[in-house]
Write a protein that binds this ligand. Structure first.
Ligand code: R1P
Length: 273
């Protein structure tokens, strides 16, 4: 995506936003409820933002919500884009570029994910410590614009140590059980097979989903600090006899929203200080 396209979208948003956002949020399947907590909210459907794709997946409302959360000026994506929807990874990650242009410094990415780690239970929360990209591609493929970031971005600390500590402290204060683990991005849209889940476990994965990794790569390329939170919506294929269904994924995410909301709000409140 070229800078012109990014600026065009950012210009449209600047005119409608109450204040420049400092914190960005990407809300995963069934986790869009967080955007309902935003005060003085301005809601902008993706269709009204030049260059934005539209959301096609159930549980992803498809709008940007800007306003105040816990004293911070935020912009939240109530619904994200996935590679399996047919968008290029440049399109999938375009909103991250726009958030950066608007002034976002810290990005909180969330998702609904399948639990691979045998200690996890549906409804648990996992803070992402690192990721494995099994998409077979990368959003930075193609010419690099050095104004947007370096050709070869470092990924040693894709998920900020500072933000992880902040989230860990907040969870402890609130009495919320927060796992920490590695998120693996599978291309989708078919769920993983039991054999693939065994492979992911051997590789060191704790949770699996079909998003997040491209957004985080672009956010790091752009120099943003990232915090990732997965809601473990189900146990991955082969761990139980139950077949996987997206309705269940969305339902579980919605069911555990109380802890999810408390945790994210506490982190945002800390960042606002
Ligand atoms: C599968 O049920 C869907 O839920 C997850 C997977 O990535 C996939 O899109 O959605 P989010 O990662 O957007 O939360």
């Amino acid at each position: 995506m070229d800078r012109q396209a990014i600026e065009k979208a950012a210009d449209v948003l600047r005119q409608r936003m109450p204040a420049p956002p400092a914190i960005g949020l990407i809300l995963g399947s069934g986790l869009g409820v967080l955007a309902d907590e935003i005060e003085e909210a301005v809601r902008i459907p993706y269709e009204e933002i030049p260059g934005f794709p539209v959301s096609t997946v159930e549980g992803h409302a498809g709008r940007l919500v800007c306003g105040r959360l816990e004293g911070a000026s935020v912009v939240a994506m109530q619904g994200r884009f996935h590679y399996y929807e047919g968008y290029s990874l440049r399109e999938v990650t375009f909103p991250v570029r726009v958030m950066k242009a608007l002034g976002v410094r810290e990005l909180i990415v969330t998702n609904a994910a399948g639990g691979v780690n045998e200690q996890f239970r549906p409804g648990d929360l996992m803070m992402i410590s690192d990721h494995i990209n099994l998409l077979g591609t990368n959003p930075l493929i193609g010419p690099n614009d050095p104004e947007l970031g370096p050709r070869f971005p470092d990924m040693t600390e894709a998920y900020s140590r500072r933000l992880r500590q902040l989230a860990k402290d907040a969870a402890a204060r609130l009495g919320i059980r927060l796992h920490e683990g590695v998120y693996v991005a599978n291309i989708g849209p078919s769920y993983e097979t039991p054999a693939e889940i065994r492979m992911i476990r051997v590789l060191g994965g704790d949770a699996v989903g079909m998003s997040t990794v491209p957004e985080v790569i672009v956010a790091r390329h752009a120099g943003m600090e990232v915090l990732g939170i997965s809601c473990i919506s189900n146990l991955a294929a082969g761990m139980t006899d139950a077949p996987l269904h997206h309705d269940e994924v969305v339902e579980t995410a919605e069911r555990v929203k109380a802890d999810f909301l408390r945790l994210i709000k506490a982190v945002v409140a800390e960042l606002a200080k």
